[in-house]
Design a protein around this ligand. Structure first.
Ligand SMILES: *Cc1c(COP(=O)(O)O)cnc(C)c1O
Length: 462
């Protein structure tokens, strides 16, 4: 299995090379040259496997060059940190199946991918006798999941910038209470956008980037997408056994098109998904794309589901590659057009193609909170705001004839304020976080200044 770039100028990479490269050298995103399709018999056999075993079977289709025993060990280690014995259990509530992806160390679905990516990085660096310094900016969720992914790992240091006093208290604690010597939290006096700008500028200094072996953990790494493909198969297997129904809908709250793109890969591999339902908040560029063929950028508005307050879907280019029949020249043209005008439009044929694969809708702030309230009243189950958006849109869009699986992307305690506004109570913290306020913290407060950040990295890099 070789890897290629959506822009066609980087090709013939191994899985290991693709993981270490992250973003393709030609500016595109990396994808396997072909997607394996499972025979129906093989699919049925996957349906009853435990999570780590299933993960091994799916992931190993894409990881040529890593010995099976090593891969198995990496996967087992990655999911031992989850607090639920099923890793990603499926619960049935009020007619929908909720796929709980929040039992990892930071209580959001990003752990599923980043626990694996952290172990994979450590494995590849050891093999190559190399070192890496990860640099990223976060508005909350990604930063803590990345920190937990690489804490205590050999040959990796991680530097995460967050806007000082502008992330939720729980998110800040989740980052700053990780005091392993390879973890560096930098609270910058500025906004999330300042953090992103600084990271871009540091990566833009190519001598610095190469000199310090800078690496990224954003959602463009193929290994992250790959790890997320697994839970679509897992949930399908569980729901299929419970209902006897072969086909399902998946409803996915999304902003970067990362999680839902993993579902799209699962569908291409032969998983019987009738449609993928794409759910957004008021930042609805992806919904407009699916329902109107209009992918045009607007300014970002804050919502109760901040991890989806995004207007630039970093994984969208991967889908364009398939929509354009794998023609890299057309992907390049489209990305140039979008960079110049902030907009892409799609013709009737393309829109029909999109409609065969996706349904979409968005939820306003009031609808999100009402969904949390109504669902809690009906079942006693507390949805986090991101999950509530998926439930609301999923119910609207899915036909009733096959089961609806909604991805629960975060534990409600992570977004306690919004939940409290909806149901008048704060969801209890899970046991793993009960003492978090008492734990020692480590964090450096600095100016939002690129040179100062570079100096800090120079002093603390691997
Ligand atoms: C990151 C995140 C999302 C959006 O993920 P995508 O990769 O953009 O689909 C949704 N919910 C939560 C809780 C998140 O942390």
């Amino acid at each position: 299995m070789r890897y290629i770039s959506t822009r066609g100028k980087t090709a013939n990479l191994s899985f290991k090379e693709a993981v270490m490269m992250g973003l393709a050298d030609d500016g595109g995103l990396l994808l396997p040259e072909s997607i394996p399709v499972l025979a129906p018999g093989d699919l049925a056999a996957l349906g009853h496997l435990a999570y780590p075993e299933l993960a091994f079977r799916i992931i190993s289709l894409f990881t040529e060059g890593i010995p099976s025993a090593d891969l198995k060990q990496l996967i087992d280690k990655s999911y031992q940190t989850f607090s639920h014995e099923e890793t990603t259990p499926v619960v049935h509530q009020d007619g929908v199946y909720i796929l709980e992806l929040f039992h990892g160390p930071t209580l959001a679905f990003k752990d599923v991918a980043l626990q694996f990516l952290g172990n994979l990085f450590e494995y590849l660096l050891r093999e190559q006798g190399a070192k890496m310094n990860i640099l990223g900016a976060t508005s909350g969720d990604t930063g803590s999941a990345a920190i937990y992914g690489v804490r205590g790992k050999e040959n990796i240091n991680i530097f995460i910038l967050h806007p000082h006093q502008r992330v939720s208290p729980i998110q800040e604690l989740q980052m700053t209470t990780v005091t392993d010597p390879n973890v560096f939290n930098l609270a910058i006096r500025g906004t999330f956008d300042d953090g992103q700008r600084i990271v871009k500028e540091v990566f833009g200094d190519l001598d610095f980037k190469t000199g310090f072996a800078l690496g990224a953990v954003n959602s463009i790494n193929w290994a992250r997408v790959l790890a997320q493909v697994v839970y679509y198969f897992y949930a399908w297997g569980r729901v299929q056994r419970a209902t006897g129904c072969k086909e399902v809908y998946f409803s996915v709250p999304t902003g970067n098109f990362g999680d839902i793109f993993a579902g799209y890969i699962a569908k291409r591999m032969g998983l019987p998904i009738r449609r993928l339902i794409l759910a957004t908040n008021e930042n609805d560029i992806l919904t407009r794309f699916v329902s109107q063929g209009d992918y045009s950028i607007r300014s970002v508005v804050p919502t109760p589901a901040p991890s989806m307050d995004i207007q630039l879907a970093s994984n969208f280019e991967r889908y364009l590659y398939f929509l354009f029949d794998r023609r890299c020249d057309r992907v390049r043209e489209a990305m140039a057009e979008f960079a110049a005008g902030g907009r892409l439009t799609f013709d009737a044929d393309q829109r029909r193609q999109v409609a065969r694969e996706f349904l979409a809708g968005s939820a306003s702030r009031a609808e999100t909170l009402a969904t949390i309230r109504d669902f809690h009243a009906a079942t006693g189950y507390i949805l986090d705001p991101h999950t509530a958006i998926g439930v609301k849109v999923g119910r609207e869009q899915a036909g009733g004839e096959v089961p609806l699986i909604c991805l629960a992307t975060a534990h409600p305690a992570k977004f306690g304020e919004a939940v409290q506004e909806a149901i008048g109570q704060v969801p209890p913290l899970p046991d793993s976080l009960k003492d978090i306020e008492q734990r020692p913290r480590r964090c450096e407060i600095t100016d939002a200044d690129t040179e100062q950040i570079k100096e800090y990295i120079r002093r603390h890099a691997q």
